[in-house]
Ligand binder design. Structure first.
Ligand SMILES: Nc1nc2c(c(=O)[nH]1)N[C@H]1C(S)=C(S)[C@@H](COP(=O)(O)OP(=O)(O)OC[C@H]3O[C@@H](n4cnc5c(=O)[nH]c(N)nc54)[C@H](O)[C@@H]3O)O[C@H]1N2
Ligand SMILES: Nc1nc2c(c(=O)[nH]1)N[C@H]1C(S)=C(S)[C@@H](COP(=O)(O)OP(=O)(O)OC[C@H]3O[C@@H](n4cnc5c(=O)[nH]c(N)nc54)[C@H](O)[C@@H]3O)O[C@H]1N2
Ligand code: SF4
Ligand SMILES: [Mo]
Length: 705
């Protein structure tokens, strides 16, 4: 399909671009139409395009995304640090500088002195290439990406319980068929707004909706039952729901016997727990816990969704596993209207985690410490398996290595780590110690401000490539706007740096599709098998679910209808302990802080703070707190307050809300500098998936004046 309806811009006719939203994981399709008047002034309009996931809807972020891409604040030229100034340099000078600095870093301090830090906004092609770049061009083991903070708990839980990690185990079209739905720590109304009609349709069909969240969010307003849990207590709450299911005899014994292993241990463990204790710990009454467990157990069909509320915890992996225990114990998976979904966050949060940006993974979800997997990928890349480095460390642990001086050079592509890492003051201190920091971005982010070299890259209107949405459906994002200034595509920058480092023969691609062709091969036979997907098919069929092992395979919409992905075909249940957050409240820090999102901003806000229509709705951060809590602290509504934890303090404006628990305050994550909430968050990581506990720490709130 030609996505230029009329290229004759000189004649004043509109320039029509078909593309996909750069923000969340729904990946709504749209048209951006540019019209110029006689004086050359441009006006833009947006048209939603029909698309199986969004069904032709767009949210306010998607509608206004073009504003950041077209702002005058884009980074247009490579810039290098000269003293305390950044000066424009040419790409040739930038590559020469990288060549010199990377080579000297590795000669003096070893190959692993260079770290690579990627992101879930990158296309599959760039994410795949970034993994290959770290392993083949730099031969460093240190690569990880921001998805560690996003998807790692659910990904590990899916892998261990089911043998595979795909965001949704079924298509979105299954949602209206579910008779009971649990939304745990997921605020879909603000974070994936165009998905809401799937849930309202389910409700119209008689579905019972349970929302688990310490706040009454826009999503919770749709709920039949809202469990206003204490932050960090989802594992215990789920134990309570499992107990209710057991007490009412609502387990699916036939399913458990035939399709799963491990339930007996879970049963024994649940029987040993006391419901009154669980109610006390979680702040949810026994009646409500029983009502939730019973409603889910009794429903003929049901689905469970989790997002960061449950996952960004120091027991995120186990909390998700417990919700998978509940799904499996009631036999609600692998048939219409049944399944589990980890609601993926970033535009390519799904694809970005499948093809090798993760410290321990190679393309197609192959593992870097598995000799067969290494041999296969080395074969595709044309190197010896021994040349592949081993497993690195997770994103925040890379920051610890930066702080400790083990990583001396850092290459960041598609992330703003100084704002998005927990314990951000420590991270900032570490980044200042680097010998050389390179940031490839469309803007000068907070991390970019610290860089020695800034590389301008292209945005969603300019950069073609594939993205995998939250369902595991691969989509081709067409893009055709010319690059502004000297901005280059991420993948091209990687190829050119590899060339500079004398590794160009492994990075010889003319266009994004050439990289995808290699990715198909590299993923072939892996868990996330893309072999059967081609650009031609994507243009014809709109989107294709993985695994798709051959070009005549339709793609797998619903997983686990016959078997799970473990060798024995069975899913695994394990007992989960009641867990408390790493940092509890006390006299000095008496309130729980939880963090998250608002509708109109995206992640660290680098893009949305540059879109006037979005920025104007929330121009600054805030702390949401219950009026009763505020009155005790003598804090008025809309007043400046300090919010302090053991790690730092920030100044925010108070926002009263009777919708939040009285022992909890909420701060969004979309602002940096003096409003960066991660200056407060705790550095403790989940022991299995290395996810930080972004969703709970202890704070004190005081009036500033
Ligand atoms: N508008 C907007 N949309 C986005 C994004 C954005 O930045 N802005 N980011 C995208 C990305 S990358 C992601 S990962 C997703 C995130 O999507 P979500 O995970 O849905 O968003 P959050 O606001 O981080 O957290 C969800 C909810 O968890 C609740 N919560 C906090 N602590 C707990 C707890 O202990 N238990 C439970 N059960 N709930 C808790 C919060 O109150 C919040 O309402 O959104 C994507 N979409
Ligand atoms: N306290 C707290 N902290 C959190 C979270 C939370 O809920 N609470 N959530 C966590 C989660 S879920 C996530 S996903 C992370 C995200 O955190 P970050 O990784 O910091 O995400 P972004 O703010 O999207 O930063 C992406 C940067 O990449 C740039 N960019 C966008 N697209 C591209 C591209 O195609 N190429 C290149 N080279 N650059 C691009 C943007 O301009 C921006 O500067 O934050 C985590 N941090
Ligand atoms: S932010 Fe998400 S829901 Fe909104 S338009 Fe973009 S992809 Fe769609
Ligand atoms: Mo995320």
């Amino acid at each position: 399909m030609n996505n230029i309806l009329d290229q004759d811009r000189a004649s004043g006719s509109p320039f029509v671009m078909n593309t996909q939203c750069p923000f969340c994981s729904v990946q709504c399709k749209m048209q951006v139409i540019e019209e110029k008047d006689d004086a050359g002034a441009a006006a833009y309009s947006i048209r939603a395009l029909p698309n199986a996931a969004s069904e032709g809807r767009l949210c306010v972020k998607g509608m206004n995304a073009y504003q950041h891409a077209l702002t005058g604040e884009r980074l247009l030229h490579p810039m290098a640090r000269k003293g305390d100034r950044m000066v424009q340099i040419s790409w040739e000078e930038a590559y020469t500088l990288i060549g010199e600095r990377f080579r000297s870093s590795q000669q003096l301090h070893g190959r692993d002195s260079i770290g690579v830090y990627g992101g879930g906004s990158l296309t599959n092609e760039s994410a795949y290439l970034l993994g290959k770049f770290a392993r083949v061009a730099l031969q460093s083991k240190y690569i990880d990406y921001n998805g560690r903070f996003c998807m790692s708990a659910a990904a590990s839980a899916g892998n261990k319980a089911f043998g595979i990690d795909r965001g949704l185990t079924n298509a979105l079209a299954d949602i209206p068929l579910a008779k009971c739905i649990i939304l745990a720590g997921t605020n879909i109304a603000e974070c994936q707004p165009t998905l809401m009609p799937y849930f309202t349709r389910a409700k119209e069909n008689g579905s019972y909706l349970i929302v688990i969240d310490p706040r009454e969010t826009a999503t919770a307003q749709l709920a039949d039952l809202h469990l206003k849990v204490k932050p960090g207590m989802d594992a215990a709450l789920t134990n309570g729901m499992l107990k209710a299911v057991l007490e009412a005899g609502l387990t699916d014994e036939a399913f458990l016997a035939k399709r799963t292993r491990g339930f007996d241990d879970v049963k024994r463990h649940i029987e040993s727990l006391d419901m009154a204790d669980i109610a006390e710990m979680t702040g949810v009454s026994e009646e409500e816990i029983r009502a939730a467990g019973k409603a889910f157990g009794e429903a003929a069909t049901g689905m469970v969704f989790t997002a960061r509320g449950v996952e960004q915890q120091t027991d995120g992996y186990m909390s998700v596993r417990n919700l998978l225990n509940l799904t499996l114990a009631t036999g609600k998976i692998g048939r219409p209207g049944c399944g589990y979904g980890a609601v993926t966050g970033q535009a390519n949060g799904q694809g970005g985690r499948e093809h090798g940006q993760k410290a321990d993974q190679l393309p197609g979800y192959r593992m870097i410490d598995n000799p067969e997997h290494r041999a296969y990928v080395a074969g595709v890349w044309g190197i010896e398996p021994e040349e592949l480095p081993g497993k690195g460390v997770s994103a925040y642990e890379m920051m610890e290595k930066v702080h400790a001086g083990e990583i001396k050079t850092l290459f960041v592509m598609g992330s703003n780590p100084v704002v998005s890492n927990p314990n951000a003051n420590f991270v900032e201190e570490g980044l200042r110690k680097l010998d050389f920091l390179v940031v490839a971005d469309m803007f000068v982010s907070e991390t970019g401000r610290m860089a020695d070299l800034l590389l301008p890259v292209t945005a969603y209107l300019e950069n073609e490539g594939t993205m995998t949405n939250l369902e595991g459906r691969v989509l081709l994002r067409e893009a055709m706007r010319p690059s502004p200034g000297e901005a280059r595509h991420d993948w091209r920058v990687l190829c050119e740096i590899a060339e500079e480092l004398g590794r160009g023969r492994w990075f010889d691609y003319g266009k994004a599709e050439d990289i995808f062709e290699e990715l198909r091969l590299a993923s072939k036979g892996g868990i996330a098998d893309y072999y059967g997907i081609t650009y031609d098919r994507l243009r014809r069929e709109e989107g294709i679910y993985w695994p798709c092992p051959s070009v005549d395979h339709p793609g797998a919409k619903r997983l686990f209808e016959e078997r799970f992905a473990h060798a024995d075909g069975k899913a695994e249940l394990i007992p989960v302990e009641n867990h408390f957050p790493k940092e509890m409240t006390d006299g000095e820090y008496p309130l729980f802080l939880t963090t998250g999102r608002v509708l109109t901003h995206y992640l660290t806000g680098v893009q949305t703070r540059r879109s006037p229509s979005l920025a104007s709705r929330d121009v600054e951060s805030f702390v949401e707190l219950h009026p009763a809590t505020a009155r005790k602290l003598r804090i008025g509504d809309g007043e400046l307050v300090t919010v302090a934890s053991r790690r730092g303090s920030i100044v925010l404006r108070s926002r009263y809300s009777a919708k939040i628990r009285q022992d909890t305050v909420f701060v969004p994550m979309h602002w940096g500098d003096t409003q960066s909430v991660n200056k407060l968050t705790h550095e403790a990581l989940d022991p299995t998936c290395r996810m930080p506990g972004f969703k709970v720490c202890a704070v004190r709130v005081e009036a500033l004046y």
